[in-house]
Design a protein around this ligand. Structure first.
Ligand code: HPA
Ligand code: ZN
Length: 343
């Protein structure tokens, strides 16, 4: 039996994949002020401390209001590059070897920032990280669900010249009153274009929204999925389809989806054999990146070594990687657990 300190160290050292990460949610206050200044934009907050003090949320919408304000300083390709690279450097230092990241094109298009500027800045950083560290990646374009399906279709049109750089489409922003079925036609078009589909469902929304993600949008993955546990038939269906859930413990705590990490359902998901994974969602806003999320589960929920292994393994298995690349990462993961067994 490993001590808690040993488990913490193992969680830091093991190779990890992150599957649920919004690039705009990696905006650290210091970087936000720096980019705002060089773009001559005045933020509503006078100082970094004042901005940080505003990071108190009672629900998803509270957070989103701040998140859209924050991203509004991104104007140029270099801004998207710098934001993305800062995240990649951070998670590289945490032994994250594969990332599947979201960006919200509509959040920038409505401010007059072209699709091309966004995607070029982001993919240049991802390609540099791949060259420098061998870090692999997938890029997910996400539709904002508080906007119309028509707007999602317009965004898809703008994305078409860049489809060679986009692996999947997502659905994020305000979940309540914006069920997946609102976007049935646009996701059908995305499927026909060969894009993978992942949808935020069951973060705040009811199990019915998760059913719609499965049955109407025919998703390949579910983001969050916490509330699926309220419906045993639904959990059985997720299990049957072997769908991965990209769970975000610190995000759930900060947005009051759970009242404590101790009461987080991720261990229950594992006991049900669901393919749960650990992710940071919007780390700059929610108090931590991948290692901090694992750390909170180990220290507050007494996560066991077997659970830690299963979570890390689920992420590589749920990643949109080739069979060969998955096998390489799983070998690395196994080696890190074996090495720690000896020490
Ligand atoms: N939920 C929904 N939309 C989001 C989130 C989230 O956690 N983060 C950024 N957009
Ligand atoms: Zn999210």
């Amino acid at each position: 039996m490993r001590t808690q300190t040993e488990l913490l160290s193992l969680a830091e050292r093991m190779p990890k994949a992150e599957l649920h990460l919004h690039l705009e949610g990696t905006f650290e206050p210091e970087k936000m002020f720096q980019i705002a200044e060089r773009n001559q934009i005045t933020l509503k907050y006078k100082s970094i401390d004042e901005l940080k003090a505003a990071y108190q949320f009672t629900n998803l919408q509270d957070f989103l209001d701040l998140y859209y304000q924050g991203m509004s300083v991104l104007l140029k390709e270099v801004d998207f590059y710098d934001l993305t690279m800062a995240y990649l450097e951070k998670v590289h230092s945490q032994n994250v070897v594969h990332v599947e990241v979201f960006f919200d094109p509509q959040g920038h298009l409505e401010r007059g920032v072209s699709f091309e500027i966004q995607i070029n800045g982001i993919t240049k950083a991802l390609d540099d990280a791949q060259k420098k560290w061998g870090m692999t990646y997938r890029l997910i374009m996400s539709f904002l669900r508080h906007l119309s399906e028509e707007s999602a279709f317009e965004t898809l049109e703008l994305a078409k010249p860049f489809l060679n750089k986009i692996d999947a489409v997502g659905l994020d922003s305000s979940e309540l009153n914006h069920p997946p079925q609102k976007f049935s036609r646009v996701f059908q078009s995305c499927k026909e274009l060969g894009l993978k589909i992942t949808v935020h469902a069951g973060e705040e929304g009811p199990p019915e929204y998760v059913w719609q993600a499965l049955d109407i949008l025919n998703v390949d993955r579910i983001d969050h999925g916490n509330r699926a546990l309220e419906d045993t038939q639904l959990t059985a269906e997720i299990l049957k389809r072997r769908l991965t859930l990209t769970v975000c413990p610190l995000s759930n705590l900060k947005l009051c989806v759970v009242d404590s990490i101790k009461n987080h359902p991720i261990q229950k998901m594992l006991r049900l054999n669901l393919n749960a994974t650990v992710n940071s969602d919007d780390p700059a806003y929610f108090g931590g990146y991948m290692n901090e999320n694992f750390n909170s589960l180990i220290t507050e929920s007494n996560l066991t070594e077997d659970e830690l292994y299963q979570l890390a393994k689920n992420a590589f298995e749920g990643a949109w990687l080739s069979r060969e690349q998955k096998a390489i990462y799983l070998d690395m993961l196994n080696a890190s657990f074996k090495a720690s067994a000896i020490s």
